[in-house]
Design a binder for this molecule. Structure first.
Ligand code: GRF
Length: 230
């Protein structure tokens, strides 16, 4: 009797948070689908007060609090986070509202295995208060970006982006809410592409990097409409 092919083991994902964890919740929800190529193995917060911890625990996801204030320098904190991720056999790391700048050591250790979401269309509006700055500048379009992490803040090969219109009536709060809806859609898509091995970082001759997404295997579990899939 021929046995069915063993299912490819799902990639184990660690999520780093500092706050409410709405993107973490979107990733946890996406991973509930057995066809999703990743499972959420661990949520790590640098703040014991992070509201996302309760959401993760309610979803049955293991959590860990590693308070950055207990470490003398950035790299020693990062090494403690790295140890917790390795203990949980994490393959891919998603930073989701994680308000820490990682050390060069951490970025290189997790090179092309660490993703981050930023509430702007990078390379525009790196840093904080992206929505207030976009409104102040009168831009007509902003959005969100998921990228691979590199040592420099909010820089790295872009995996996926979503564009969101800026309305004349927008406040930073109304704009943030509209962008978050798109964040919760594109982050699971980005993780699915990375976890399924379809996202590749290509370095050009001039040293710049970009991400190529392989064509979907058919039948492909699509998370976004095929028209949007490359
Ligand atoms: C989001 O806009 C995210 O892009 C940024 O922090 C905000 C809150 O994220 N990094 P979350 O709700 O904690 O996931």
């Amino acid at each position: 009797m021929s046995l069915p092919p063993a299912a490819t083991p799902r990639k184990r994902v660690g999520i780093l948070i500092s706050g409410g964890g709405s993107n973490m919740a979107a990733l946890i929800a996406a991973a509930r689908d057995p066809a999703f190529p990743a499972e959420i193995a661990l949520v790590v917060s640098n703040r014991v007060t992070a509201g996302g911890l309760a959401k993760a625990e309610a979803a049955g996801v293991a959590t860990s609090v590693i308070d950055h204030r207990g470490f003398s320098d950035r790299e020693s904190f990062d090494r403690a986070v790295d140890a917790a991720l390795n203990d949980a056999h994490v393959d891919v790391l998603c930073m989701a509202g994680f308000m820490r700048i990682v050390s060069n050591w951490f970025a290189e250790t997790w090179r092309d295995r660490a993703l981050n979401i930023h509430p702007a269309l990078l390379p525009a509006y790196t840093g904080l208060n992206t929505h207030a700055r976009a409104i102040a500048d009168g831009v007509r379009v902003t959005g969100a970006t998921v990228h691979f992490v590199r040592p420099e803040l909010d820089v790295g090969p872009i995996i996926i982006q979503a564009a969101v219109p800026v309305l004349a009536t927008d406040t930073p709060g109304t704009l943030a809410a509209r962008v978050l809806v798109e964040e919760h859609r594109i982050y699971p898509q980005a993780l699915a592409w990375v976890a399924s091995g379809r996202a590749h970082v290509v370095r050009r001759a001039d040293g710049t990097e970009h991400v190529v997404i392989d064509a979907p295997p058919s039948p492909a579990p699509t998370l976004i409409s095929p028209a949007l899939q490359r």
